[in-house]
Write a protein that binds this ligand. Sequence first.
Ligand SMILES: [Zn+2]
Ligand SMILES: [Zn+2]
Length: 77
Amino acid sequence: MEQQCCVCGEPLDEMNVSRCRGCGGYFHQAWSTKSEVPQCGKYWIDEDSYALVFACARCLRAVPVPQHQPDDHGGLE
Ligand SMILES: [Zn+2]
Ligand SMILES: [Zn+2]
């Protein structure tokens, strides 16, 4: 049975794949820089649990990344 990437729809191999914690889908995650697998998601260390967190590009786009607005203009006149 062949899995497909939930982001780009291309078939997945058994090595370079991760599971998104957002949608539960599998996506391309290149573990070797030599592999020709596209990066269809991201992973990072969760600061609370120190666990690796995976998310596919679709979910990353759906969840807006909080941005800090430089909004401290007070006292510069
Ligand atoms: Zn993909
Ligand atoms: Zn996802």
